[in-house]
Design a protein around this ligand. Sequence first.
Ligand SMILES: [Zn+2]
Length: 496
Amino acid sequence: MATSKIISALPSGFTATPVIIECSSSTGLSAFTIVGMANKTIDESRERIRFALKNSGFKFPCDHLTVNLAPASLQKTGSYLDLPIAVAIIAHSGQILPQAKDIAFVGELALDGKIRPIRGILNIVESLARRKIKRLIIPAKNYHQAALSATNIKLVPVNTLRELWQYLAQDIEPPIPQANVVNNTETDRMLTLDHIIGQYQAKRAIIIAVAGRHNILMSGPPGTGKTMLASAIPNLLPTPDAKEIIEITKLHSLIDDTQKVYTYRPFRAPHHSASRAALLGGANGLPGEIALAHKGVLYLDELPEFNRDFLEALRQPLEQKTITIARANQNVTYPADFMLVATMNPCPCGNFGSEDQECSCSPNELHNYQRKLSGPLLDRFDMRITVPKPETSVLVKSTTTSTHQHASAKKQIEVALNKQFKRQHKTNAELSSYETIQFCQLSPDARIELERITTKHKLSARSYFKLIKVSRTIADLDNSSIIEINHISEASQLHI
Ligand SMILES: [Zn+2]
């Protein structure tokens, strides 16, 4: 019998690598071997494939079967190749003939012949479409994620090996799975500004931060609602567009969920004790928290408690909006364009500067705590605010009927961001020093005030430009094309 050849692909970083599966047989003792840099996880496929084929009514050949996975230089992991290997075997034994060059297969098999969803389906769809594959057989449960970027490629969603056989042998199209309606309820469950009582100044600061995409550091004693304020941010940002939905879903489908379409912005809040791999991405090349925050918010509660190495490693994504994970054979780069929101206590005990409670920290402890945050890291924050203890201990309302601050803030933010893209094709936070001079026009009074503040607080050049950029955002929220004195004054309260 001739060798059968089946096309598939394996996710690799933010893309996928095509794999060719060849099946041959020779006479001799009945055996089933998989070769071509297959690791232990692929080895386990053999049993799944054997049972799935038998339980779906196919004959498992009694010959000495050899399946070769090419290219041999690529390490094959996971269960992605179950389905294509099974197809290679039944094609080789003449039970179906899917020999067209422009068809590919991916999916994991269950023992009963069901086809299970896989991680990273968008990587595979995009990569195979670029290689002129015209039809891709995928697990039905992956369909809605896969359909997000299925241009120039036909997706054939299948639930079982039987359904696949009917499609290939009898031309019976499998049904398109129903849309998953759970998707959009996520944003309804997210916190809004209307849920938070009081803290008007902090809410105003949050609105300004989001309107210019400024990274913000909130300092204050525990129990002031800093985490709640931060959690409201993804919901204040404009709803993601189609391209952003694809990028968010693509990243999360590698880790979290193989079926969901992410129509909302992520909010990632890793604990400071999380491992380096969980935060930055692991040796397996999968994205960590930094990449998973892409197009959303990375929230670092108690910033000084994070490992210094990690805080230094944040500089690359903050500057380049990507994160590179070093691996033994090849580096992997993911997009990592997020808004950084962090909090810190004023001191280790949390009471420093409080009017009603005494700080129990020694001068040494205070000094060490402040020193943990290096100057270059603090420089990443355009805004640094203090969140005081609220007058009431009740911070969260159960209903949101009394105010509509959140909805109006969201609208204002959208208008302000649109102004920025129209004026300079980027957010205010992204302006370079040169662009800040070019795009941020100050009134004569505002300029005098800026000089006064700069001299009084001995601002560094970096701080000086940050102050102008935050003022520019306040002016955008105020619908003013020129930065006025009140914009500068308000910005100076939010930075120094
Ligand atoms: Zn203290």
